[in-house]
Design a binder for this molecule. Structure first.
Ligand code: PMP
Length: 330
């Protein structure tokens, strides 16, 4: 495609890049799906487009209507740009702990932003419940409901998984990523397994999430914490139901950040921490499979979305995280 007819046709069909350090460290070929090349600069543009199209096909949203969603930020950015392209309004509810850049981006897109204090899912003030209430109270509005709306994972069954399969010419031994809604892991997992049941699907779970214990021991139990945005789930969402997960890893922020720094300095790839955790998980999967295997993971969004946090020495120090030398010297 030389000239795209519109913005929405720029969503998906993202490139796959060989990750040099992770491949050399393991003797495997590890590839990253460059989701930061989507127009909203994250993997969530795909889910946003599928959710809005699904609502249109079901007649749930009328012209001039409003899309309401609770999000760590990236889904909101995806929904806002899809809404702008289609003539809808957006109301985005977000925990106030998310990155400044995501809030500014949402405001720049024209979304109405509602910030709420970070709260556990059981609290009625949690961003997901707040967004559902706002949707119910707003005329001609839909609640995108990314966690339990499986149009989200369909975006990855139809898009991401088939793209990876074709880009890797049908030679895929393993895939891993972390879970926010679970749309990416379950969708790519189901999609790849439909091509070849033997593809090993791994969960890369940050500390503070409950899924590692669930898939390893059958118990939803969280331990520790993480500063990664957009991932870390405490329940089995509808998107996760039936996800074909063969193995699981628990990845620390320190391990994830090590790959974020290395890929930035050695390969010029600007990533966020969920991507770093995915790459650390791909390395763990490569070590489990042994040398000579081919593994894909997701580079979920761009590091430029975290200049005031991950790439800011003061912020890292305040979180008790080590500051890399080159970042200190700026
Ligand atoms: N990384 C980032 C930065 C995200 O915003 C998200 C979405 N919340 C994810 C990873 C996880 O994707 P999914 O919702 O498909 O599990």
């Amino acid at each position: 495609m030389q000239i795209a007819p519109d913005t929405l046709s720029l969503i998906g069909n993202t490139p796959l890049v060989r990750l040099k350090g992770p491949s050399e460290a393991t003797g495997c070929e590890i590839f990253g799906k460059c989701e930061f090349t989507n127009p909203g600069a994250s993997v969530k543009d795909r889910a946003a487009l599928f959710i809005v199209r699904d609502a249109e096909e079901k007649g749930l949203i009328q012209p001039g209507g409003t899309i309401v969603e609770g999000t760590a930020g990236n889904t909101g950015i995806g929904l806002a740009l899809v809404a702008n392209a289609k003539g809808y309004k957006t109301i985005i509810v977000m925990p106030e702990t998310q990155s400044r850049e995501k809030m500014d981006t949402l405001r720049a897109l024209g979304a109405e932003l509602v910030l709420v204090p970070a709260a556990p899912y059981s609290n009625p003030g949690h961003f997901v419940h707040t967004s559902r209430r706002i949707a119910e109270e707003t005329p001609n509005a839909i609640w995108a409901n990314q966690f339990d709306n499986i149009a989200n994972r369909r975006a990855h069954i139809c898009g991401t998984a088939n793209e990876i399969w074709e880009q890797m010419e049908g030679r895929v031994d393993g895939f891993t990523c972390a879970v926010g809604t679970g749309g990416t892991l379950a969708g790519v997992g189901l999609g790849l397994k439909s091509h070849d049941e033997k593809v090993r699907i791994a969960l890369s779970d940050p500390h503070g999430a409950a899924l590692y214990n669930y898939y390893a021991h059958g118990e939803l139990k969280a331990e520790g914490s993480s500063v990664a945005e957009g991932i870390g789930q405490g329940r089995i969402t509808a998107n996760l139901e039936g996800a074909p997960i063969d193995t699981q890893f628990r990845i620390s922020d320190e391990e994830g950040l090590e790959w974020v720094w290395k890929l930035m300095r050695e390969q010029g790839l600007a990533l966020g921490l969920s991507s770093g955790i995915n790459v650390a998980g791909a390395v763990a999967l490569a070590r489990e499979l042994g040398p000579g295997h081919r593994i894909a993971t997701i580079l979920c969004d761009t590091g430029f979305r975290y200049l005031s946090s991950l790439y800011n020495p003061e912020w890292l120090r305040a979180k008790g995280l080590a500051v890399p030398d080159w970042l200190e010297r700026r």
